[in-house]
Design a protein around this ligand. Structure first.
Ligand SMILES: Cc1cc2nc3c(=O)[nH]c(=O)nc-3n(C[C@H](O)[C@H](O)[C@H](O)COP(=O)(O)OP(=O)(O)OC[C@H]3O[C@@H](n4cnc5c(N)ncnc54)[C@H](O)[C@@H]3O)c2cc1C
Ligand SMILES: *[C@@H]1O[C@H](CO)[C@@H](O)[C@H](O)[C@H]1NC(C)=O
Length: 541
């Protein structure tokens, strides 16, 4: 028996080793869009890149999973700003070789003034303030030479140049409250905070503006669901001789005697397998990278401690997945997203919730986001006739669930199950108010908590959107402190913690990281490409 187990482990290691390409140019830890994105950028200039993912499938927050014949996205409900021939779209198309198709729904309409007569000025002022000017300085500060970036920041020049950084440290509540006394309008200006996770009094007005501008031109959804993203990125990496390997948890970054990154160690069975490359890039987030993957004495380096002092763990996430029997027409589901909250004082609502005992709190979750993924995907009906899905997202402190962090997934005992059931029941009551027709049509339901995020996307404290994105995150000081190059030579960061959360934010992380590694501002290339496409398409007309 022991022999048998040993041979099995041996073969798992050998299988893994056999799939690792030789003479790698870089290793990427984590296969979220930030990780796949940088791997594709490097593959496009002929580099051989190995992407290692701890989960059993690639994509990170953009992976999908199936249960009882239903398919669910984890973390893509809508993406903004994918207007053709605009930079965001060009980046996305380049990284998927134009294979990924998008569907745009429900353009953000200027309906506010109709709903709030007499508040025209407040609405105009709000829209004007959210037109983010100077956001381009954020990638620039992370790409240019560190001494120059630091000079710009510490001389105060940057705040004069950039309205983005001026408002970065002001809270959303402060700005919104100065515009109007109308509590309902205040709530309407603010509720989209759920897309980055900081309540209005802790949110950065610049982050909020970034998100609003992002969704202003409309909202897009990948045809075929979120897994299409990784599906179209992986072949580009493979074509250049690289590979994306799943079930490959990196347990530490290998350093040599001069404390330079030279590769990673992967746990296979109970054994470590070492893989070497001249560059190591981490998409695993700042906390995992510094606190889990580096040796203690390296972690203690002042430069690393300084970076860690800038970041906080973000809010924990709750997700609920509902599989329904029926078509979207039968169930009254449309390609829309809903934000549901019972009162207009969002700060008080969320703070009250956080302070409650968890058993009570889960009985009345104050803010839920409802998405209808199957209704958004034009390919769904062909793929899954007579089925529909509904996803909910909300927040919950990690501390409520921490006691179960070491238990096996799907087997966390009766108390955990009960807590989840209470949560599900109370959320369902809210959902039925919006979609009465789904009652009795639910064929599958489950809830994910912060410890679920910990397991599947390796979020260290169950974070929904990685490191906290409050006011501190959008100061110029933060921006120049967390850059792609880490204090460890040859170790780089990519993904949402480097830039901001979201599909676009994680890709921006990859773009900034690629610019530094390739010593070339890739945004300049993107702008040139946009011009070419625009000019080209005009000529074609
Ligand atoms: C519920 C939810 C809803 C969301 N909704 C939207 C939305 O509608 N629109 C939008 O734009 N964004 C949305 N987001 C955010 C967006 O999905 C993320 O910001 C983005 O995908 C993050 O990409 P990333 O590459 O930075 O990180 P991740 O996707 O978190 O990828 C990191 C990867 O690293 C892996 N990893 C970590 N440690 C290791 C290790 N030691 N070894 C190997 N692998 C490791 C993890 O398993 C993970 O796969 C949502 C997120 C969630 C969770
Ligand atoms: C560490 O690795 C770097 C990069 O490969 C190399 O230049 C350096 O000489 C190495 N240092 C030692 C002590 O091996």
């Amino acid at each position: 028996r022991t022999d048998l187990i040993i041979t099995e482990i041996d073969s798992a290691q050998n299988q893994f080793i056999n799939r690792v390409p030789r003479d790698l140019d870089a290793i990427v830890i984590g296969s979220g869009v930030g990780g796949l994105g940088i791997a594709v950028l490097l593959a496009k200039v002929g580099k051989k890149v190995l992407v290692l993912e701890q989960h059993d499938r690639a994509g990170g927050c953009c992976h999908t999973f199936s249960e009882k014949g239903f398919e669910f996205d984890v973390g893509i409900h809508y993406i903004g700003d994918l207007v053709e021939n605009k930079p965001q779209r060009c980046i996305s198309d380049q990284l998927t070789n134009g294979q990924l198709q998008w569907d745009c729904k429900n353009r953000y309409a200027q309906e506010l003034k109709k709903c709030f007569p007499g508040e025209e000025k407040a609405i105009d002022d709000f829209i004007r303030l959210t037109k983010v000017r100077g956001v381009w300085l954020m990638p620039v500060l992370k790409i240019i030479l560190s001494p120059i970036a630091k000079f710009l920041v510490y001389s105060g020049l940057i705040s004069r140049l950039s309205y983005f950084f001026c408002y970065g440290s002001r809270s959303l509540a402060e700005v919104v409250n100065s515009l109007t006394q109308n509590e309902d309008l205040r709530a309407v200006f603010c509720y989209i905070f759920g897309t980055y996770g900081n309540i209005p009094k802790e949110a950065s007005f610049s982050m909020h503006s970034l998100l609003l501008c992002h969704y202003m031109p409309g909202a897009w959804y990948p045809k075929g669901g979120a897994s299409e993203i990784a599906f179209h990125m992986i072949p580009i990496i493979e074509k250049a001789g690289g590979a994306v390997l799943v079930r490959a948890p990196v347990n530490r970054i290998l350093l040599n005697d001069s404390k330079e990154a030279i590769g990673v160690s992967v746990m296979k069975g109970h054994e470590e397998v070492h893989v070497h490359a001249p560059i190591v890039i981490s998409d695993a987030g700042v906390f995992n990278t510094y606190q889990q993957l580096l040796p203690k004495e390296v972690q203690a380096m002042p430069a690393i401690q300084k970076q860690l002092s800038f970041v906080k763990h973000g809010e924990g996430g709750l997700s609920v997945f509902l599989g329904l029997d029926g078509t979207k027409e039968e169930l009254g589901l449309e390609a829309k997203n809903y934000w549901v909250f019972p009162e207009n004082n969002l700060d008080a609502l969320m703070e009250g919730y956080r302070k409650e005992e968890r058993e009570e709190a889960v009985k009345s979750v104050p803010l839920i986001f409802i998405a209808l993924p199957s209704a958004k995907d034009p390919t769904w009906e062909q793929r899954k006739p007579v089925k529909s899905t509904l996803s909910l997202v909300s927040f919950a402190p990690y501390s409520w669930f921490e006691e179960w962090k070491d238990d096996k997934v799907k087997n966390r005992g009766a108390d955990y199950k009960e807590l989840k059931e209470t949560l599900l029941n109370s959320l369902l009551e809210m959902v039925y108010q919006v979609f009465p027709k789904i009652k009795d049509r639910i064929k599958y339901m489950d809830a994910g908590t912060p410890v679920t995020n910990q397991h599947y996307i390796a979020a260290p404290k169950g974070e929904i959107y990685g490191a906290d994105q409050g006011t501190a995150r959008f100061s110029a000081e933060f921006c120049v402190s967390i850059r792609p190059q880490t204090p460890i030579k040859n170790l780089y960061l990519t993904g949402q913690d480097l830039f901001s959360c979201g599909y676009a934010g994680a890709l921006a992380g990859a773009m900034v990281c690629g610019s530094v590694i390739l010593k070339r501002n890739l945004y300049v290339d993107v702008l040139a490409l946009c011009m070419k496409l625009k000019y080209g398409s005009k000529k074609a007309q």
